[in-house]
Design a protein around this ligand. Structure first.
Ligand SMILES: *Cc1c(COP(=O)(O)O)cnc(C)c1O
Length: 385
């Protein structure tokens, strides 16, 4: 069945007893055993819970994986994955990385002896030069956030397999509707489902999808043992959001493309970073491995002094720190999402004080552009006056 149909139907045929079209929220944490040595399949909700199980099956199906695991947040999902590694293990990680992932690796995992090198994951020579005998995995974001760098997933997964490394892909920005890394050779996909999958800026959640029996069992063990699982209410809320994912992503990418094109010709803008524009260096690879583009992009103003007034003057667009919801949000990565990444690394990749990240919502395109236009004009007036 096509992705749109599978999304709209999440959970709608999973309750044969009542025929409920929206799968019920099972709050129970304990489940009665019929007799000694027997189970209904549910024992204790941390291990397995009915509402969460429907979400997890949908996640595995959408990402073409073997098992899905719903976690309390995207960071919890990453922590569970990192718990696969042991003291002395080393990871190769995208250079332009979500700030929270960098913080988890550098401030926490490093204390347990798990280290990471940050490289352009699309560059096999760079990966090979940073690889050590203790390297166990590659963690890829594509597109990266905020600079939208693209990694060729089939190429890097094949290289990793050959070297005996696990390929982990953070697929938050594209979602399985647009890109399915496991079909391109990756082993594990993670999501901050807080973003596009939930889609309404109202639920925190993370997802892991694994390929292969061994990895699925290993992650299943860690998910239950660590306990950062998603509750029944939030599992339901996430499924409710996911039903409209296809429609939302179509509008998000349409709006993002239009705003990016408009900004690209704006005299106050230095550069627009959006893989949906043919001028983007990753345009061709992105096109070959996904069926569309994300709704988020970044742009660099020519003058850093315009940033503060732009953030003060936007009205429809909220100055807020997230992405992927129906509402348009503008983020200032250097002081918000990426503040934990050292200045030296940030500047090496280009996350400087002129860069804004824009999660384009599903409002009418004319209203979004009009709001941005008046904010940039007001900022220019203040700076010139
Ligand atoms: C937000 C985000 C995360 C972290 O997810 P939370 O749900 O906020 O814990 C991880 N990766 C990416 C790419 C993100 O955007």
């Amino acid at each position: 069945m096509n992705m749109e149909s599978r999304l709209a139907q999440i959970g709608s045929q999973s309750d044969p007893d009542t025929g409920a079209v929206s799968f019920p929220i099972y709050n129970a944490t304990a489940f009665r055993h019929p007799k000694l040595g027997q189970s209904t399949g549910f024992d204790y909700a941390r291990t397995k819970s009915p509402t969460r199980a429907v979400l997890e099956a949908a996640a595995a199906d959408l990402e073409s994986g073997d098992a899905g695991f719903a976690c309390s947040t995207g960071m919890a999902a990453l922590q569970i994955i990192f718990a696969m590694f042991s003291q002395g293990d080393h990871l190769l990680v995208s250079l332009d990385l979500y700030g929270g992932t960098y913080r988890l690796l550098e401030k926490i995992m490093s204390r347990f002896g798990v280290t990471a090198s940050y490289v352009d994951t699309n560059d096999l020579d760079a990966l090979e030069s940073q690889r050590t005998p203790n390297t166990k995995a590659v963690l890829i974001e594509t597109p990266t956030n905020p600079l939208m760098m693209i990694t060729d997933l089939a190429k890097v997964s094949a290289w990793a397999k050959q070297k005996g490394l696990i390929t982990i892909v953070d697929n938050t920005l594209l979602t399985p509707y647009l890109q399915r890394p496991l079909e391109l050779g990756a082993d594990i996909v993670i999501h901050s489902a807080t973003k596009y999958l939930g889609g309404h800026n109202d639920v925190l959640a993370g997802l892991i999808v694994t390929k292969g029996q061994e990895l699925s069992a290993q992650i299943g063990f860690l998910h239950n043992s660590i306990g950062a699982v998603l509750g029944a209410q939030d599992s339901w809320l996430l499924m409710r959001g996911m039903k409209t994912l296809a429609l939302r992503m179509e509008r998000h990418q349409y709006n993002a493309t239009r705003v990016a094109e408009w900004l690209q010709t704006h005299p106050s803008v230095l550069q627009v970073y959006y893989p949906g524009l043919p001028s983007h260096p990753g345009y061709e690879v992105q096109k070959s491995q996904s069926s569309g583009n994300t709704g988020i992009f970044s742009f660099k103003m020519k003058d850093a002094r315009t940033i503060e007034p732009i953030l003060r003057h936007i009205k429809l667009i909220a100055f807020a720190e997230s992405l992927g919801g129906v509402e348009s949000l503008m983020t200032y990565p250097a002081v918000q999402t990426h503040a934990d990444i050292p200045l030296e690394i940030r500047e090496r990749v280009g996350v400087d004080d002129r860069l804004l990240r824009f999660s384009v919502g599903i409002e009418h395109i004319d209203d979004i552009i009009a709001d941005l236009k008046q904010a940039i004009e007001a900022a220019e007036r203040e700076n010139n006056g």
